[in-house]
Each structure stands twice: as C-alpha cells, then as structure tokens.
Design a protein around this ligand. Sequence first.
Ligand SMILES: C[S@@+](CC[C@H](N)C(=O)[O-])C[C@H]1O[C@@H](n2cnc3c(N)ncnc32)[C@H](O)[C@@H]1O
Length: 411
Amino acid sequence: MKYNVERNTKYDFAGQSYSTKYPNLHRYPATMIPQIGIELLKEFDIRQGKMLDPYCGSGSSFAAALELGINEMQGYDINPFAVLLTKAKFTKIDTEEARETRKELRNNIFEFLKDENNLNKLPIPNITNIDYWFSKEVTQNLNVIKHFVYQIKDENIRNLFLIPFAETVRACSYTRNSEFKLYRMKPELIANFNPDALNMYFSNLKKVLSIYEIVYYPKLKNDVKISVEYKKFEPKEQYFDVVLTSPPYGDSRTTVAYGQFSNFSNEWMDISYARKIDSMMMGGKKVNTIYQDGLIADHLKEIDAQCNKRALEVSSYYKDLENSIEKVASSLKNGAYSIYIVGNRQVKAVQLPTDQFIAEKFEKNSFKHIITYERLLGNKSMPSKNSPSNKTGAKKSTMTMEYIVVCQKDK
Ligand SMILES: C[S@@+](CC[C@H](N)C(=O)[O-])C[C@H]1O[C@@H](n2cnc3c(N)ncnc32)[C@H](O)[C@@H]1O
C-alpha cells in the first residue's frame, strides 16, 4: 500500500489551547483541541449526519461537530468520569433552574452543618486509603457536599453539579495537582495544607455554571441529540456517517493513566471498579502471543528481541485497536469518513507507526486511505517525555508529532 503522509501546518494551531475556543469544565488528560476537529470537518465537507466517537474522553469531537451543524452524536468511553464530563457539557438543562438549585444547595448544606451531630448520620464514603489522601475535615465536608448533590432530582443538573465536585475532590486531596498520576504531596506541604472544601466547591460551581451557560448552552439547539455511555463501543451496522476520534496511543499503564487521573472522582461517585479502570482500557489485558499481522509485526519482533514481556504488552494494545477498528468500520455507512488522531510512541527505542497501522486496518475493512497529516504536538495536555526503555532517568522526548489519519469507506 502506498501511504501518503503530508506535513500540514494548518493543523498545528500553534499557541492555541482547548480553552481558546472551548474552555473545559474540568481538566482531562490528552485532550484534542476542538479547533482541529472543526478544521477537519470543514476540509472534508462533513456537515451533517451521525457522528461516532468510540473514545470520547472529554467530548472535544462533539464540540467540533456542533460547530459544523452535525446534530446527532454517540460517544463511548470506559472511564465513567469522562462520560460524566461529556454528558455535563452536551446536555441541555434549564439554566434558571440550575441557578435556583445552587442557592438551595448552599442553604441546605449550611443548615445541615449547624448541628455537628448531623455529620455522623451520613454513610462513610468508600474510598481506598481515605486517610492517606484526605484530612478528616476535608472528608467530612466532601461527604456533606456529595450527600446534597445526590439529592438533586434533575439528573442532568446533578451531573453538571458533580463536575465541580470532582474538581474539589482532587484539589482538596493530598495529590500533587500538577500530575495526572496520583502522587502524594511532600509531608512538609501536607502539614500546612488546609483547604476549605465547601468554599472551593461553590466557587468551582460558579465557574462551571458560567462556562456552561456562555460556551455550551447556546450551541445545544433543540434538535441536537448526543448520547454518551461508559462502555466499550459495540458495532451498529452501517449506522454512522463519520467517526472522529483520538484513541489512546498505548496502554494506560505505560502511557496516559486516564483511570488513575479520574480515580478519586470515580470513587467518590461510587464507581466500585474505579481502581481497575486502567487495566480495562485498550492494551490492559495480557495476551500470550506476539501480534503478527501486517507492518507492525517487524517492529514488535524488534521489541521482542529486547524484552518479550514488553512485546506482549504492546501486542495487546494492537490487538485491541484492530478489534475496535473492525467494529467501527462495519458501523460506518458506505462513503463515510473515519478520522483518527494518534501519536506514535517509542518502546525500547523502537518507533511504532500506529498511524500507518490504523490506515492498514481500515483498508482491510473496505476503506481507502485518503491522507495522513502530520501536525506538531504543541498543545496536547500529556507528558511530552517518557521513559521509552523503561530505565529510570532515561527520559526522551517521544511525541513531538501527531498524525491525523483520514480514510473513506468504499461507496
Ligand atoms: C486520547 S483520550 C480521548 C480524548 C478526547 N478526544 C478528548 O479530547 O477529551 C482516549 C480515551 O479513550 C478512553 N479509552 C481507553 N480504552 C478504551 C476502550 N477500550 N473503550 C473506550 N474508551 C477507552 C480513555 O478513557 C480516554 O478517555
């Protein structure tokens, strides 16, 4: 197969961030800036029909689609927190009622706190190592906020109110805030760390409501239908007109730990399997054989020569990605576009051409590869350095470029 790759500076969006156009309601790792999606949909003249994002994360492909007038979208993600975030952004609520609810919430909480005995009436939250991550006072206050947020009857308003709760949980914990993974602060910082969870929650809530009202609400016309579920995508024969997605570029353990990033939010929202999410993600399950199909096989052989275990781990990722592409391919209508945005990681100093792998697998499933654009990865919030040989200290900049792989299903 002749593989067309073109360096395209139009897609760099140098100096721009997510928030230039779409301020996020909550941080999320490895987001795609919606500007990229908007430009792609314009370039390929995709302005209507049904969009799929099987790895929707914080929902940036939907932000892009709305801009072009696409009004039916389905998203999937295995991380319940990602799904909550996307739902909160893209579900229309009555903003007047939301403001009323905020007042009531504040009153209810402060009334409740007037009697200290009330605190003992609430169930103890089921958080792993709770005392290691939260002070007693913070735990109590978070527990009160949680109790009253969960009493909000309107599910959509409740979802939106849970976003600042997640932010507050993170900010009030002993986690280092600059990290996506969970690292505890140094003891000397903990000694002076005394956050006011209640004030923080209400100030986060104010910010979230105002971003929602200004940025997202006006785009949610009455005919917009966006559904999001926390599960793996299952095929829907010939259903979608376009897929726009950025899949993980490796397994969660050695690349971006989406599960770990969202661990507290998920646990505080009673997701019992919160700690297992990373192992449920792409490449999270062990396989017993090295992946042997197509162009990636030689690269895996090279890794295998250095370390069989790493080659098996990477094989698991490609096996999952291949399975997922088969499902996505059969779910697209004839003539539909698939647009995948990925980075090519290095493992054991072997550069893995994941972009080409994606094109190859779509071609195997009745698609034609149209073009791959290479863009500068300057504005994605993810680690720019990792340890490709897994040796401590052997850090190397691995992901300076990102690839936009465009394929089209045969007509
Ligand atoms: C690169 S992120 C997507 C970011 C998204 N485009 C955004 O801008 O927020 C990849 C997402 O894939 C999800 N994920 C990983 N494995 C998955 C699987 N097997 N099925 C569905 N989602 C998965 C992760 O939770 C993560 O949210």
